[in-house]
Design a protein around this ligand. Sequence first.
Ligand code: SIN
Length: 185
Amino acid sequence: MVMWVFGYGSLITKAGFKYDERLVGFIKDYRRVFYQGSTDHRGTPEFPGRTVTLEPAEGEICWGAAYKISNKEDQEIALTYLEVREKQYDKKEYVDVFTEVNATTPAISGALVYIASPNKKVNVNYLGPASVEDIARQIVQAEGPTGPNREYLFLLEKALLQIGCKDKHVIDLANEVRRIISEEP
Ligand code: SIN
């Protein structure tokens, strides 16, 4: 059986595992939000960064990239890798991925997606909503072992524009981060 992994954050820009096919598409009834705290990649326990998670949102869609892994051994290697990389994401869901806006039949059924839930009991790093200004300030300050938090945001903004997706939440945050940086002494 082939396996598909759907990425909506850093997985769009860098899979990090071997795959046979990459398909740009979207999932339904979710929106991408910078509500997850990152203490292991783009921040530290003292100064957590912010990364994206998915929030249920009826009628909305979230664009990303799906990766097909056919070989059983490659699937196991990818899963082991993702369990470490996405370890601050406490939920695994299986979603339908669509490529055409008017399609009723998905291009892929049951793609694996990692979600950081708002349940603070199991997801201690969850940060939740805040104003664009506050989220942007936090992103400007944070840096972790994978690099500056602002780099994560800018890479995501670029990757989304490359696939033709104008995500207002991401663009607003990137613009605010650029504004803050431009005022830095
Ligand atoms: C994803 O990219 O699908 C999950 C969030 C992230 O790792 O940035």
